[in-house]
Design a protein around this ligand. Structure first.
Ligand code: GLN
Length: 543
């Protein structure tokens, strides 16, 4: 029986710098605890004022991960679902904006009964209320809560204050893990612990000391540095965990286990492992490291570039889904970013696609790069190159087919040309007012919706069932006025939402795999249960 007073909370905070794998560390801690027989849920706190991640640019903030219940969250929620193989919802995600909105609403509703409403304690109390709500709903033994950003930033002080308050109230049930970075500067050639010492001091200034320190670095931690960190950071030496760079993120739970992190965490709560089993996970890692034959997939997008760097984070669920499906097909995924805009400028380079086994166009918004994407889709159709289009990738496949096969030369989407004479993709009726009024936050068609699949279609073959639920995030849809004319020209509408008749899946039986889906299957792919559509796409790419 779930008893909230026994519930255990593990906060994960960051030191020194971001992007060192705090989310993966949080997910991996959860994974290890699961493997020891405990149930786990995980939460992400984003310190932004944005109410959700839906209004943030993916090149700045990474992918917007959509939950079944239609929340636009941080990509780490995706990591939690993939690692823990659980489905989590909007209560597991909060931002500063969301917390303040609640406090202000409560104040307006007179729920503070005449009190002066203050940043402290009311804001951290709202944070704590949310953490407990998610934990109660999950009825899990543990809640792992990742506080975004790094300690010492103004932004996350109130969340650390919530952690301090929870720990003060119930020190036995609340632990803090700091994931910090230890640089090895090229010229110095030595691993430096000082930035981490400073990060711990910054956390101390907020009244919290870490119980565990995860030392992220290019290299494993040596004994000298382990001792130094323990002494200066006030953390038991046994609780300083070495976390060097690894080949695959799925290795991280196994790596942590080399330092016996799971049992140490349990012991710190006065608990023992109930079982020990990372077997399936270890088998997967073995496969990842040994598969030889390659499958080469081109992902054609635009959210890659940040200054001089390429950011794969904008498409993380797509990338992971390709990897999961490749491993399920016993091959090694080789993913190449292809910029849609390059094909616009140099259409003659389309034949470069020949070197790939399959091509994928993921979701997207706006006009940049779309003519290039349409060219790519057309090339795949003509050359029978396996093609998978996700959301925008499906809408553009419909437009490509309308233009080049059905002879509707000016077919377009109203997203780009609102007055087009052939709106093959048009604004969903309930979106018209929202767009007109600029009501853009959290208002797309979001979350899981039903789709009925036509028997004997490629989609049916992939799913093996006729009724599926997939997650969505869009404002535009295929215009059913064009259904007959495109069907006559050979396009098959193999998935339909039964409530609204909205087209969910299109495919071209003339090709070996030319499928577009209005939804985002990538959000439901997990390493140990890859997504059927991706499996089928990779299988066809190999044949
Ligand atoms: N821009 C398209 C729409 O809003 C597709 C969205 C997406 O790819 N997620 O309908």
């Amino acid at each position: 029986m779930f008893n909230s007073s026994d519930h255990k909370y593990i906060f994960v905070v960051g030191g020194v710098m971001s992007s060192v794998g705090k989310g993966i560390a949080a997910a991996s801690i959860g994974k290890i605890l699961q493997s020891k027989g405990y149930t786990v849920t995980a939460m992400k706190i984003d310190p932004y004022i944005n109410v959700d991640a839906g209004t943030m640019n993916p090149t700045e903030h990474g992918e917007v991960f959509v939950t079944d219940d239609g929340d636009e969250t941080d990509q780490d929620i995706g990591n939690y679902e993939r690692f823990l193989d659980i489905t989590i919802g909007k209560v597991n995600y909060m931002t500063t904006g969301r917390v303040y909105l609640s406090v202000i609403h409560k104040e307006r509703n007179h729920e503070y009964a005449g009190k002066c409403v203050q940043v402290v304690p009311h804001v951290p109390q709202e944070v704590i209320r949310r953490i407990k709500e998610a934990s109660d709903l999950a009825k899990s033994d543990f809640t792992v809560i990742e506080i975004g950003g790094t300690v010492g930033e103004y932004e996350n002080i109130l969340f650390i204050e919530a952690l301090r308050m929870m720990k003060f109230e119930n020190p036995d049930n609340v632990k803090t893990v700091m994931v910090s970075y230890l640089p090895v500067p090229g010229k110095v050639g030595e691993m430096k612990t000082k930035p981490t010492q400073h990060a711990v001091r910054a956390l101390n200034a907020n009244g919290v000391n870490p119980d565990f320190l995860i030392a992220r670095s290019e290299y494993p931690l040596d004994e000298v540095r382990r001792q130094k960190l323990a002494l200066y950071c006030n953390v038991l030496k046994d609780h300083v965990i070495s976390a060097p760079d690894v080949e695959t993120i799925y290795d991280i739970p196994v790596n942590f286990e080399q330092d016996d992190l799971g049992n140490k965490i349990l012991a710190s709560f006065g608990m023992k492992p109930a079982k020990k089993d990372l077997k399936e996970w270890r088998e997967l890692i073995e496969k990842i490291k040994t598969v030889q034959q390659e499958v080469k997939i081109a992902v054609v997008g635009k959210y890659f570039e940040s200054g001089q760097f390429t950011l794969a984070d904008s498409y993380i669920s797509v990338i992971e889904a390709i990897k999961h499906a490749a491993w399920a097909n016993n091959v090694k995924p080789v993913i190449t970013w292809v910029s849609a805009e390059d094909f616009e400028r140099h259409p003659q380079t389309l034949s470069d696609l020949e070197k790939f086994d399959g091509v994928l166009v993921p979701g997207g918004f706006g006009s940049r790069g779309i003519e290039g994407k349409i060219k790519v889709i057309g090339w795949c159709r003509e050359h029978n190159k396996p093609y998978l289009g996700l959301c925008y990738g499906m809408q553009l496949a419909a437009i490509e087919f309308a233009r080049n096969v059905a002879g509707i030369a000016d077919a377009h989407t109203t997203e780009i040309d609102k007055d087009t004479s052939n709106p093959v993709v048009h604004t969903m009726p309930d979106q018209i007012q929202k767009i007109a009024h600029g009501d853009m936050g959290g208002t797309m068609r979001l979350g899981a919706y039903e789709c009925l699949i036509t028997k004997d279609s490629v989609a049916h073959k992939a799913y093996g069932e006729q009724k599926i639920f997939e997650r969505h995030r869009h404002r535009y849809e295929f215009n059913n006025d064009y259904k007959d004319v495109l069907a006559k020209a050979g396009l098959v509408f193999s998935g339909i939402n039964p409530q609204t008749q909205l087209v969910e899946i299109i495919e071209l039986p003339a090709n070996k795999f030319h499928v577009g889906v209005q939804f985002h299957p990538e959000f439901k792919s997990r390493p140990l249960s890859p997504h059927p559509l991706f499996i089928e796409f990779i299988r066809n790419s190999l044949s």
